[in-house]
Design a protein around this ligand. Structure first.
Ligand SMILES: *Cc1c(COP(=O)(O)O)cnc(C)c1O
Length: 426
Protein backbone atom coordinates (compact mmCIF):
# COMPACT_ATOMS: atom_id res chain seq x y z
CA UNK A 1 0.00 0.00 0.00
CA UNK A 2 2.49 2.61 -1.09
CA UNK A 3 0.76 4.72 -3.70
CA UNK A 4 -0.79 8.05 -2.77
CA UNK A 5 -4.37 7.31 -3.92
CA UNK A 6 -4.48 4.13 -1.83
CA UNK A 7 -2.99 5.80 1.26
CA UNK A 8 -5.55 8.61 0.95
CA UNK A 9 -8.40 6.12 1.17
CA UNK A 10 -7.00 3.42 3.45
CA UNK A 11 -4.06 4.92 5.37
CA UNK A 12 -3.96 5.67 9.09
CA UNK A 13 -6.79 3.42 10.26
CA UNK A 14 -7.15 -0.34 9.90
CA UNK A 15 -10.31 -1.68 11.51
CA UNK A 16 -10.18 -5.07 13.21
CA UNK A 17 -12.76 -7.81 12.75
CA UNK A 18 -16.27 -6.37 13.24
CA UNK A 19 -15.02 -2.83 13.94
CA UNK A 20 -16.36 0.34 12.25
CA UNK A 21 -15.27 0.70 8.61
CA UNK A 22 -15.21 4.48 8.87
CA UNK A 23 -12.87 6.25 11.31
CA UNK A 24 -14.97 6.53 14.49
CA UNK A 25 -15.49 9.89 16.20
CA UNK A 26 -14.30 9.43 19.79
CA UNK A 27 -16.30 12.29 21.27
CA UNK A 28 -14.89 11.98 24.76
CA UNK A 29 -12.78 14.39 26.76
CA UNK A 30 -11.39 11.68 28.98
CA UNK A 31 -10.55 7.97 29.17
CA UNK A 32 -11.12 5.42 31.95
CA UNK A 33 -8.45 3.31 33.68
CA UNK A 34 -8.58 0.47 36.19
CA UNK A 35 -5.66 1.57 38.34
CA UNK A 36 -3.80 4.76 39.17
CA UNK A 37 -0.61 2.95 38.19
CA UNK A 38 -1.91 2.48 34.63
CA UNK A 39 -2.64 6.18 34.43
CA UNK A 40 0.69 7.10 36.01
CA UNK A 41 2.54 5.31 33.21
CA UNK A 42 0.75 7.49 30.65
CA UNK A 43 1.65 10.67 32.52
CA UNK A 44 5.28 9.54 32.64
CA UNK A 45 5.23 8.79 28.87
CA UNK A 46 6.19 5.23 29.86
CA UNK A 47 3.16 3.79 28.03
CA UNK A 48 1.25 5.17 25.04
CA UNK A 49 -2.46 5.77 25.37
CA UNK A 50 -5.05 8.44 25.97
CA UNK A 51 -6.01 10.29 29.11
CA UNK A 52 -7.28 13.73 28.15
CA UNK A 53 -8.32 15.04 24.73
CA UNK A 54 -6.48 18.38 25.19
CA UNK A 55 -3.32 16.33 24.50
CA UNK A 56 -4.40 13.46 22.27
CA UNK A 57 -7.55 11.83 20.91
CA UNK A 58 -7.79 8.56 18.91
CA UNK A 59 -9.85 10.09 16.05
CA UNK A 60 -7.23 12.78 15.57
CA UNK A 61 -4.43 10.24 15.72
CA UNK A 62 -5.98 8.08 12.96
CA UNK A 63 -6.23 11.13 10.70
CA UNK A 64 -2.74 12.36 11.64
CA UNK A 65 -1.35 8.89 10.83
CA UNK A 66 -2.97 9.08 7.39
CA UNK A 67 -1.36 12.48 6.70
CA UNK A 68 2.00 11.21 8.03
CA UNK A 69 1.80 8.30 5.58
CA UNK A 70 0.87 10.67 2.72
CA UNK A 71 3.93 12.82 3.39
CA UNK A 72 6.21 9.83 4.04
CA UNK A 73 6.85 10.97 7.62
CA UNK A 74 7.29 9.08 10.89
CA UNK A 75 4.90 11.00 13.18
CA UNK A 76 2.22 13.69 12.96
CA UNK A 77 -0.24 15.64 15.07
CA UNK A 78 -3.39 17.56 14.24
CA UNK A 79 -3.85 21.10 15.51
CA UNK A 80 -6.89 23.38 15.76
CA UNK A 81 -5.79 25.46 12.74
CA UNK A 82 -3.00 25.93 10.24
CA UNK A 83 -1.84 28.90 12.31
CA UNK A 84 -1.43 26.66 15.38
CA UNK A 85 0.53 24.12 13.30
CA UNK A 86 2.90 26.82 12.01
CA UNK A 87 3.36 28.29 15.49
CA UNK A 88 4.02 24.91 17.17
CA UNK A 89 6.40 23.78 14.41
CA UNK A 90 8.65 26.77 15.06
CA UNK A 91 8.13 27.30 18.79
CA UNK A 92 8.95 23.62 19.44
CA UNK A 93 12.60 24.41 18.60
CA UNK A 94 12.96 28.22 18.71
CA UNK A 95 12.24 30.25 21.85
CA UNK A 96 13.25 33.64 23.30
CA UNK A 97 16.74 34.58 22.14
CA UNK A 98 16.63 32.34 19.06
CA UNK A 99 16.50 33.26 15.37
CA UNK A 100 14.70 31.78 12.37
CA UNK A 101 15.05 32.42 8.62
CA UNK A 102 11.78 32.55 6.67
CA UNK A 103 10.85 33.11 3.05
CA UNK A 104 9.50 36.64 2.55
CA UNK A 105 6.58 35.44 0.41
CA UNK A 106 4.94 33.11 2.95
CA UNK A 107 1.19 33.31 3.71
CA UNK A 108 0.24 36.64 5.36
CA UNK A 109 -0.96 34.92 8.54
CA UNK A 110 2.42 33.18 8.94
CA UNK A 111 4.22 36.47 8.26
CA UNK A 112 2.24 38.26 11.00
CA UNK A 113 2.76 35.38 13.43
CA UNK A 114 6.53 35.55 12.89
CA UNK A 115 7.15 39.28 12.38
CA UNK A 116 4.79 40.55 15.10
CA UNK A 117 3.60 37.95 17.61
CA UNK A 118 6.63 35.66 17.87
CA UNK A 119 8.90 38.69 17.74
CA UNK A 120 7.15 39.92 20.92
CA UNK A 121 7.96 36.50 22.41
CA UNK A 122 11.64 37.11 21.74
CA UNK A 123 12.14 35.04 18.58
CA UNK A 124 13.86 37.02 15.84
CA UNK A 125 13.12 36.41 12.15
CA UNK A 126 15.05 37.29 9.01
CA UNK A 127 12.93 37.25 5.87
CA UNK A 128 14.75 36.35 2.67
CA UNK A 129 13.40 36.35 -0.86
CA UNK A 130 12.79 32.82 -2.15
CA UNK A 131 14.75 33.98 -5.21
CA UNK A 132 17.74 35.26 -3.17
CA UNK A 133 21.28 34.30 -4.16
CA UNK A 134 23.19 31.62 -2.24
CA UNK A 135 25.35 34.42 -0.78
CA UNK A 136 22.29 36.32 0.49
CA UNK A 137 20.91 33.15 2.05
CA UNK A 138 24.25 32.34 3.65
CA UNK A 139 24.46 35.86 5.12
CA UNK A 140 21.08 35.42 6.85
CA UNK A 141 22.35 32.63 9.16
CA UNK A 142 23.42 33.52 12.71
CA UNK A 143 24.91 31.39 15.49
CA UNK A 144 21.45 31.31 17.16
CA UNK A 145 19.51 30.34 13.98
CA UNK A 146 17.30 27.32 14.75
CA UNK A 147 15.28 26.71 11.58
CA UNK A 148 14.52 27.77 8.01
CA UNK A 149 10.85 28.14 6.99
CA UNK A 150 9.34 28.24 3.48
CA UNK A 151 6.15 27.49 1.55
CA UNK A 152 6.12 24.97 -1.36
CA UNK A 153 3.73 27.18 -3.31
CA UNK A 154 3.26 30.61 -1.75
CA UNK A 155 -0.27 31.80 -0.96
CA UNK A 156 -1.17 34.07 -2.75
CA UNK A 157 2.02 34.93 -4.69
CA UNK A 158 2.22 31.38 -6.22
CA UNK A 159 6.02 31.47 -6.06
CA UNK A 160 7.61 28.01 -6.11
CA UNK A 161 10.13 27.49 -3.29
CA UNK A 162 13.38 25.73 -4.21
CA UNK A 163 13.14 23.17 -1.40
CA UNK A 164 16.36 21.32 -2.27
CA UNK A 165 18.47 24.49 -2.25
CA UNK A 166 17.11 25.76 1.07
CA UNK A 167 17.39 22.28 2.66
CA UNK A 168 21.06 22.13 1.67
CA UNK A 169 21.74 25.53 3.27
CA UNK A 170 19.78 24.68 6.45
CA UNK A 171 21.59 21.36 6.87
CA UNK A 172 25.00 22.96 6.32
CA UNK A 173 24.17 25.06 9.41
CA UNK A 174 22.81 22.12 11.41
CA UNK A 175 19.17 23.25 11.44
CA UNK A 176 15.96 21.76 9.97
CA UNK A 177 13.92 23.05 7.03
CA UNK A 178 10.21 23.47 7.82
CA UNK A 179 7.87 23.57 4.81
CA UNK A 180 4.25 24.75 4.64
CA UNK A 181 2.88 22.32 2.03
CA UNK A 182 -0.74 23.55 2.15
CA UNK A 183 -1.22 24.59 -1.48
CA UNK A 184 0.63 21.70 -3.16
CA UNK A 185 -0.66 18.97 -0.78
CA UNK A 186 1.27 15.67 -0.61
CA UNK A 187 -0.57 14.63 -3.79
CA UNK A 188 1.43 17.14 -5.85
CA UNK A 189 4.62 17.51 -3.78
CA UNK A 190 6.25 15.57 -0.96
CA UNK A 191 8.84 17.97 0.52
CA UNK A 192 10.60 15.21 2.54
CA UNK A 193 11.75 13.68 -0.78
CA UNK A 194 13.60 16.95 -1.45
CA UNK A 195 15.28 17.27 1.95
CA UNK A 196 12.69 19.07 4.11
CA UNK A 197 12.57 17.90 7.74
CA UNK A 198 9.19 19.09 9.04
CA UNK A 199 6.00 19.77 7.06
CA UNK A 200 3.00 21.83 8.20
CA UNK A 201 -0.48 22.08 6.69
CA UNK A 202 -3.54 24.20 6.95
CA UNK A 203 -5.94 21.27 6.46
CA UNK A 204 -8.65 23.96 6.08
CA UNK A 205 -7.70 24.28 2.40
CA UNK A 206 -7.48 21.47 -0.19
CA UNK A 207 -7.26 18.64 2.38
CA UNK A 208 -10.70 19.47 3.78
CA UNK A 209 -11.63 20.92 0.42
CA UNK A 210 -15.28 21.60 1.21
CA UNK A 211 -15.06 24.62 3.50
CA UNK A 212 -16.24 22.51 6.44
CA UNK A 213 -13.61 22.71 9.18
CA UNK A 214 -10.59 24.81 10.19
CA UNK A 215 -7.61 22.63 11.09
CA UNK A 216 -3.87 22.08 10.85
CA UNK A 217 -1.27 19.33 10.92
CA UNK A 218 2.46 18.96 11.65
CA UNK A 219 4.41 16.02 10.17
CA UNK A 220 7.96 14.97 11.09
CA UNK A 221 10.18 13.26 8.50
CA UNK A 222 12.09 11.59 11.32
CA UNK A 223 15.30 12.37 9.43
CA UNK A 224 16.74 15.29 11.37
CA UNK A 225 19.44 14.18 13.81
CA UNK A 226 18.72 16.36 16.87
CA UNK A 227 21.44 14.82 19.04
CA UNK A 228 24.09 15.59 16.39
CA UNK A 229 23.25 19.27 17.03
CA UNK A 230 22.37 18.95 20.71
CA UNK A 231 23.80 22.36 21.61
CA UNK A 232 21.26 24.06 19.33
CA UNK A 233 18.21 22.12 20.52
CA UNK A 234 18.28 21.89 24.32
CA UNK A 235 14.49 21.42 24.41
CA UNK A 236 14.84 18.10 22.62
CA UNK A 237 18.30 17.06 23.80
CA UNK A 238 18.34 17.85 27.55
CA UNK A 239 16.00 16.56 30.29
CA UNK A 240 12.51 18.14 30.46
CA UNK A 241 11.92 19.04 34.11
CA UNK A 242 8.17 19.29 33.43
CA UNK A 243 8.20 15.64 32.29
CA UNK A 244 10.21 13.83 34.97
CA UNK A 245 13.51 14.52 33.30
CA UNK A 246 12.74 12.84 29.97
CA UNK A 247 15.13 13.70 27.14
CA UNK A 248 12.88 13.51 24.07
CA UNK A 249 15.60 12.87 21.47
CA UNK A 250 17.02 10.02 23.56
CA UNK A 251 13.77 8.36 24.58
CA UNK A 252 11.84 8.73 21.30
CA UNK A 253 14.69 8.95 18.75
CA UNK A 254 14.71 11.02 15.58
CA UNK A 255 11.44 9.41 14.46
CA UNK A 256 9.35 10.49 17.44
CA UNK A 257 11.07 13.24 19.45
CA UNK A 258 9.67 16.31 17.67
CA UNK A 259 5.99 15.33 17.72
CA UNK A 260 6.17 13.84 21.23
CA UNK A 261 7.61 17.09 22.61
CA UNK A 262 5.08 19.20 20.70
CA UNK A 263 2.27 17.06 22.15
CA UNK A 264 3.58 16.68 25.70
CA UNK A 265 4.61 20.33 26.16
CA UNK A 266 2.93 22.59 23.62
CA UNK A 267 -0.46 20.87 23.37
CA UNK A 268 -0.50 20.40 27.13
CA UNK A 269 0.27 24.05 27.84
CA UNK A 270 -1.27 25.88 24.88
CA UNK A 271 -4.22 23.56 24.17
CA UNK A 272 -4.77 23.91 20.42
CA UNK A 273 -6.18 20.45 19.75
CA UNK A 274 -8.41 19.88 16.72
CA UNK A 275 -11.89 18.75 17.69
CA UNK A 276 -12.46 15.03 16.90
CA UNK A 277 -15.57 16.09 14.99
CA UNK A 278 -13.47 18.25 12.65
CA UNK A 279 -10.86 15.49 12.28
CA UNK A 280 -13.70 13.19 11.19
CA UNK A 281 -14.96 15.80 8.69
CA UNK A 282 -11.44 16.01 7.27
CA UNK A 283 -11.41 12.28 6.49
CA UNK A 284 -13.65 12.21 3.37
CA UNK A 285 -11.70 15.25 2.12
CA UNK A 286 -8.44 13.32 2.39
CA UNK A 287 -9.97 10.28 0.70
CA UNK A 288 -10.92 12.22 -2.44
CA UNK A 289 -7.87 14.54 -2.42
CA UNK A 290 -6.05 13.02 -5.46
CA UNK A 291 -9.20 13.10 -7.59
CA UNK A 292 -9.96 16.71 -6.63
CA UNK A 293 -6.37 17.96 -6.98
CA UNK A 294 -6.27 16.66 -10.54
CA UNK A 295 -9.44 18.60 -11.39
CA UNK A 296 -8.32 21.75 -9.52
CA UNK A 297 -5.09 21.74 -11.56
CA UNK A 298 -6.84 21.09 -14.89
CA UNK A 299 -9.27 23.93 -14.17
CA UNK A 300 -6.44 26.20 -12.99
CA UNK A 301 -4.51 25.68 -16.21
CA UNK A 302 -7.60 26.10 -18.44
CA UNK A 303 -8.58 29.35 -16.66
CA UNK A 304 -4.99 30.66 -16.73
CA UNK A 305 -4.77 29.96 -20.49
CA UNK A 306 -8.11 31.67 -21.13
CA UNK A 307 -7.14 34.74 -19.08
CA UNK A 308 -3.80 34.96 -20.94
CA UNK A 309 -5.72 35.28 -24.21
CA UNK A 310 -8.09 38.04 -22.97
CA UNK A 311 -7.55 41.63 -24.13
CA UNK A 312 -8.89 42.90 -20.75
CA UNK A 313 -6.19 41.12 -18.74
CA UNK A 314 -2.79 42.76 -18.14
CA UNK A 315 -0.98 39.76 -16.63
CA UNK A 316 -1.61 36.22 -15.39
CA UNK A 317 0.31 34.50 -12.61
CA UNK A 318 0.09 30.70 -12.65
CA UNK A 319 3.20 28.51 -12.22
CA UNK A 320 1.71 25.85 -14.52
CA UNK A 321 1.90 28.24 -17.50
CA UNK A 322 5.09 27.82 -19.56
CA UNK A 323 5.40 31.64 -19.59
CA UNK A 324 5.72 31.71 -15.76
CA UNK A 325 9.19 32.35 -14.39
CA UNK A 326 8.50 29.53 -11.92
CA UNK A 327 7.48 27.01 -14.59
CA UNK A 328 10.74 25.01 -14.43
CA UNK A 329 10.71 24.82 -10.63
CA UNK A 330 7.03 23.83 -10.74
CA UNK A 331 7.83 21.01 -13.22
CA UNK A 332 10.59 19.80 -10.91
CA UNK A 333 8.70 19.82 -7.60
CA UNK A 334 5.10 19.40 -8.84
CA UNK A 335 5.24 17.42 -12.10
CA UNK A 336 1.55 16.41 -11.86
CA UNK A 337 0.34 20.01 -11.44
CA UNK A 338 0.50 22.84 -8.92
CA UNK A 339 -2.90 23.97 -7.61
CA UNK A 340 -6.14 25.63 -8.69
CA UNK A 341 -5.32 29.18 -7.64
CA UNK A 342 -4.61 31.75 -10.37
CA UNK A 343 -3.97 35.44 -9.84
CA UNK A 344 -4.29 38.09 -12.54
CA UNK A 345 -4.24 41.84 -13.08
CA UNK A 346 -6.76 43.71 -15.18
CA UNK A 347 -6.00 46.50 -17.59
CA UNK A 348 -8.52 49.06 -16.23
CA UNK A 349 -7.10 49.28 -12.65
CA UNK A 350 -9.12 49.05 -9.44
CA UNK A 351 -12.50 49.87 -10.98
CA UNK A 352 -12.10 47.20 -13.69
CA UNK A 353 -11.51 44.58 -10.99
CA UNK A 354 -14.55 45.82 -9.03
CA UNK A 355 -16.78 45.68 -12.13
CA UNK A 356 -15.61 42.22 -13.13
CA UNK A 357 -16.00 40.76 -9.62
CA UNK A 358 -19.52 42.20 -9.33
CA UNK A 359 -20.54 40.42 -12.54
CA UNK A 360 -19.19 36.95 -11.75
CA UNK A 361 -22.03 34.47 -11.27
CA UNK A 362 -20.35 31.06 -10.80
CA UNK A 363 -17.38 32.28 -8.72
CA UNK A 364 -18.32 33.64 -5.28
CA UNK A 365 -16.49 36.43 -3.44
CA UNK A 366 -14.96 34.85 -0.33
CA UNK A 367 -11.96 35.13 2.01
CA UNK A 368 -11.04 31.55 1.25
CA UNK A 369 -9.10 29.51 -1.29
CA UNK A 370 -8.60 25.88 -2.22
CA UNK A 371 -12.24 24.87 -1.97
CA UNK A 372 -14.38 22.60 -4.20
CA UNK A 373 -16.45 25.72 -5.04
CA UNK A 374 -14.77 28.42 -7.10
CA UNK A 375 -14.16 31.59 -5.13
CA UNK A 376 -12.30 34.82 -5.68
CA UNK A 377 -11.00 37.80 -3.79
CA UNK A 378 -9.96 41.35 -4.67
CA UNK A 379 -7.11 41.96 -2.19
CA UNK A 380 -7.27 45.78 -2.59
CA UNK A 381 -10.86 45.65 -1.33
CA UNK A 382 -10.44 42.86 1.24
CA UNK A 383 -7.27 41.55 2.86
CA UNK A 384 -5.28 44.69 1.96
CA UNK A 385 -8.16 47.18 2.24
CA UNK A 386 -6.43 49.45 4.76
CA UNK A 387 -3.65 50.25 2.25
CA UNK A 388 -3.67 53.08 -0.30
CA UNK A 389 -2.38 52.49 -3.84
CA UNK A 390 1.19 53.51 -2.93
CA UNK A 391 1.27 51.11 0.02
CA UNK A 392 -0.18 48.34 -2.16
CA UNK A 393 2.56 48.94 -4.72
CA UNK A 394 5.21 48.68 -1.98
CA UNK A 395 4.11 45.13 -1.13
CA UNK A 396 3.79 44.11 -4.76
CA UNK A 397 -0.01 44.07 -4.99
CA UNK A 398 -1.61 45.93 -7.85
CA UNK A 399 -5.02 47.59 -7.21
CA UNK A 400 -6.45 45.49 -10.05
CA UNK A 401 -5.12 42.14 -8.78
CA UNK A 402 -7.69 39.35 -8.46
CA UNK A 403 -7.04 36.02 -6.72
CA UNK A 404 -9.19 33.36 -8.36
CA UNK A 405 -9.39 29.87 -6.79
CA UNK A 406 -10.69 27.31 -9.27
CA UNK A 407 -12.99 24.74 -7.74
CA UNK A 408 -13.91 21.41 -9.26
CA UNK A 409 -16.83 22.64 -11.40
CA UNK A 410 -16.77 22.29 -15.20
CA UNK A 411 -13.90 24.40 -16.61
CA UNK A 412 -16.03 25.67 -19.50
CA UNK A 413 -18.58 27.11 -17.05
CA UNK A 414 -15.80 28.94 -15.18
CA UNK A 415 -14.39 30.32 -18.45
CA UNK A 416 -17.80 31.46 -19.76
CA UNK A 417 -18.50 33.13 -16.42
CA UNK A 418 -15.16 34.95 -16.54
CA UNK A 419 -15.72 35.88 -20.20
CA UNK A 420 -19.06 37.57 -19.53
CA UNK A 421 -17.70 39.34 -16.44
CA UNK A 422 -14.68 40.62 -18.42
CA UNK A 423 -17.04 41.79 -21.20
CA UNK A 424 -18.85 43.97 -18.64
CA UNK A 425 -15.70 46.12 -18.22
CA UNK A 426 -15.87 49.02 -20.69
C1 LIG B 1 -4.72 29.37 5.28
C2 LIG B 1 -3.28 29.11 5.37
C3 LIG B 1 -2.64 29.01 6.62
C4 LIG B 1 -3.37 29.22 7.92
O1 LIG B 1 -4.28 28.21 8.12
P1 LIG B 1 -5.62 28.34 9.00
O2 LIG B 1 -6.15 26.94 8.94
O3 LIG B 1 -6.49 29.36 8.36
O4 LIG B 1 -5.20 28.74 10.37
C5 LIG B 1 -1.28 28.71 6.63
N1 LIG B 1 -0.59 28.55 5.48
C6 LIG B 1 -1.18 28.64 4.27
C7 LIG B 1 -0.36 28.45 3.05
C8 LIG B 1 -2.53 28.93 4.16
O5 LIG B 1 -3.09 29.03 2.96
Amino acid sequence: MSRIETICVQGGYTPGNGEPRQIPIIQSTTFKYDTSEDMGKLFDLEASGYFYTRLQNPTNDYVAAKIAALEGGTAAMLTSSGQAATFFSVFNIATAGDHVIASSTIYGGSYNLFAVTMKKMGVDFTFVSPDCTDEELEAAFRPNTKAVFGETLANPALIVFDIERFARAAHAHGVPLIIDNTFATPVNCRPFEWGADIVVHSTTKYMDGHGAGVGGCIVDSGKFDWMAHADKFPGLCTPDASYHGITYAEKFGNAGAFITKATAQLMRDLGSIQSPQNAFLLTPGLESLPVRMKRHCENGLAVAEFLSSSSKVASVNYPGLPSSRYYDLARKYMPAGTCGVVSFELKGGRSAAETMMKNLKVAAIETHVADARTCCLHPANATHRQMNDAELAACGISPSLVRYSCGIENAQDLIEDLAQALDSID
